[in-house]
Ligand binder design. Structure first.
Ligand code: ATP
Ligand code: MG
Length: 433
């Protein structure tokens, strides 16, 4: 009996067993009939299948992430050298130097590669984050003008905002990147223009919801969605859209890293992202950020300062000699005195034996032997006056759990450029502890 049966108008799936008992002459003695409602059983099987799919998907993303993160890490070190030296050469070069243009080309190619590595790191969730309590509405308002310019006039962006959205603990730059990637995709799906809606909403997930979505913890969330009315995504493609390098665009048009970056960033924010789409109708991406109980603090923006010189002594610790040299080549012209060590043990020895007064320790995080965090702890214990900056493009979970990601910790992200390095150095040296 199925849906249209007049005897079963609700279309409940039933198992019907009929047993007829007869005597030896074939005369019916009794009829036994049993009806089993199969709804619950089928539902359980379907739920189990969905949960298994979700688990498989999560495991796949995890292993691709590890691979991507490993490559990006090594790549970052190489790029740091390329970018750093191009910038140093350009700083010293006369404006009319005949090689200026070539070096600028090297630098801009390096920057493109750095952009790709950043996306891979974002996907593998190994990017260092600068999380602060923020309002998602404010981020959207700030960036939507820029986005509107970027996607052109034939796409109209409408925003439907929650009046008082919950506070979210987030890295503003990364949230901007998420929005940008989603909006660029939406534009690509509407080549002749159209409407795009950005929405925010406070949402509560209860136990009932989390039972069906075991990856979600119950609680308060802030939802941010981007909806377009474009070509839509096919059922087959939607299974793969978050995979790195998955693209349906023609060769050379898309890298297929846009959505995998979105995925990585959202996971790093302990959030969730879902895509809903219908071919020919459009697509909605919904993102849920856990709401935070922290308060938003307006920071006195310390932007716009120029590159200031210094006279302090800096101890540079990195196992990569080319990076140590780059940092020294950058800092010395600005008046800093530099010492260097290739590992934590050497650094500690140097601090004990040198007659120099070291003002700042600039250390890589991931190093063979003692890691940067352990070194910093030892140094601060015996020499609390020495300030510390970590250089990192990559955080192993173990280190993340030991406080490197603490918002109070100073770090510079690789690939580092001389400008960022010098700014940060001055900022930290001039700060009170
Ligand atoms: N809003 C959308 N509408 C239709 N298809 C989409 C949408 N967003 C994503 N897709 C599909 O998902 C694929 C992957 O998207 P992703 O942003 O990761 O890479 P890409 O856009 O192809 O490349 P890139 O972001 O480097 O330009 C796209 O190629 C497209 O098939
Ligand atoms: Mg894209």
């Amino acid at each position: 009996m199925e849906a249209d049966d007049p005897d079963n108008p609700a279309g409940v799936p039933l198992e019907i067993i009929v047993k007829v008992a007869r005597d030896e002459n074939g005369k019916v003695l009794s009829i036994f009939m049993s009806l089993h409602d199969l709804t619950t059983g089928r539902k359980l099987i379907e739920e189990k299948r969905i949960l298994e799919d979700q688990l498989r998907q999560a495991q796949k993303m995890e292993s691709i992430g590890r691979l991507a993160g490993g490559i990006a890490h090594d790549f970052n070190n190489i790029l740091t050298t390329i970018l750093g030296y191009s910038e140093l050469i350009l700083m010293e070069m006369a404006d009319n130097d005949p090689f200026r243009e070539e070096i600028e080309i090297i630098r801009s190619a390096g920057e493109k590669a750095a952009g790709l590595t950043r996306q891979l790191l974002a996907f593998s969730r190994k990017q260092v984050m600068d999380k602060k309590p923020v309002s998602i509405n404010k981020i959207i308002q700030e960036i939507s003008k820029l986005l509107a310019k970027m996607i052109g006039e034939d796409i109209i962006i409408t925003t439907v905002m929650e009046a008082e959205p919950g506070v979210v603990d987030a890295d503003q730059g990364q949230i901007e990147q998420v929005l940008m990637n989603l909006i660029v995709n939406a534009r690509d799906a509407m080549p002749c223009g159209g409407r795009l809606i950005i929405e925010t909403q406070n949402v509560t997930f209860d136990q009932k919801y989390t039972r069906a979505h075991p990856e979600v913890k119950a609680g308060e969330y802030v939802m941010m969605s981007v909806t377009d009315f474009g070509e839509g995504i096919s059922g087959e493609a939607i299974e793969h859209i978050f995979d790195p390098f998955f693209t349906t665009k023609e060769r050379g048009k898309g890298t297929g890293l846009g959505l995998s970056t979105v995925y990585g960033i959202i996971k790093q924010h302990n959030g969730h992202v879902y895509a809903y789409s219908e071919i020919g109708r459009g697509t909605t991406f919904k993102i849920y950020f856990p709401a935070s109980s922290k308060l938003i603090v307006e920071s006195a923006a310390d932007k716009g300062e120029s590159l200031a010189a210094g006279t302090e002594t800096v101890l540079i610790v990195d196992d990569e000699p080319s990076i140590r040299r780059l940092i020294m080549d950058t800092l010395e012209p600005f008046g800093y005195k530099c010492l260097d060590a290739s590992c934590g043990a050497d650094a500690l020895r140097l601090i004990q034996t040198t007659s120099e007064k070291i003002d700042l320790l600039l250390t890589d995080v991931i190093m063979p032997g003692m890691n940067g965090k352990e070194l910093a702890d030892k140094v601060s214990k015996d020499n609390p006056a020495i300030k510390i900056i970590f250089i990192s493009g990559y955080t192993e979970n173990t280190i993340a759990h030991h406080g490197i990601l603490d918002p109070e910790v100073n770090y510079i992200q690789k690939p580092l450029t001389p400008t960022i390095l010098i700014r940060k150095l001055r900022q930290v040296l001039d700060s009170y502890r």
